[in-house]
Design a protein around this ligand. Structure first.
Ligand code: FES
Ligand code: FES
Length: 186
């Protein structure tokens, strides 16, 4: 004779957690599930759809945002991990009336085609410029920089290698970043 197990209780909704995010200078209080990615919180709860979902697994860079000034893949980060943090998305870098120098350079250099990867490319480039200014080396840096790191095409290609572009706008993207370097407007 087999023992009968009692029926399992119906599954309730998953628990949610209260978090606070400072996004583009504005404070937001959110209720999120533990599994909610930062990307989904930004896009679906805050309506900031500039950050794109490409692969949703950390391989394309379309979701790149700045967290406390450093670039991260928002699809790989849980929203609860960023409680209390300051996030900058493409919407916070510039406005149509007052473009960020990188946004203006991307337009000037025709550095996008479909534009899907562009917000992530620009956020990544913004952090890249700060990293070079702070003297961070990359995999192709020959000598450890003593102070701000000069950026040439090889440095830019290496430092932007986490951001893929299915349209293949890479030469134009590199030129756009070089243009901002030449202007000295980091
Ligand atoms: S969507 Fe995040 S890396 Fe591709
Ligand atoms: S411009 Fe189309 S994916 Fe990059």
């Amino acid at each position: 004779m087999t023992a009968r197990l009692p029926p399992s209780p119906p599954a309730g909704p998953p628990p949610t957690y209260s978090i606070t995010l400072q996004v583009n200078g504005q404070r937001h209080e959110l209720q999120v599930e533990a599994r909610t990615s930062l990307l989904d919180a930004l896009r679906e709860q805050l309506g900031l759809t500039g950050s794109k979902k490409g692969c949703d697994r950390g391989q394309c860079g379309a979701c790149t945002v700045l967290c406390e000034g450093r670039r991260i893949n928002a699809c790989l980060s849980l929203a609860v991990m960023q409680d209390g943090c300051s996030i900058t998305t493409i919407e916070g870098l510039g406005t149509p009336q007052s473009l960020h120098p990188l946004q203006a350079a991307f337009v000037a250099e025709d550095a996008f085609q479909c534009g899907y990867c562009t917000p992530g490319q620009i956020c990544s480039a913004a952090a890249l410029l700060q990293e070079a200014e702070a003297g961070c080396a990359s995999a192709v840096t020959r000598r450890w920089p003593q102070g701000p790191q000069a950026l040439d095409e090889a440095e830019i290609r290496e430092r932007m290698s986490g951001n893929l572009c299915r349209c293949g706008a890479y030469p134009h993207i590199v030129r756009a970043v070089l243009r901002v370097c030449a202007q000295g407007s980091r």
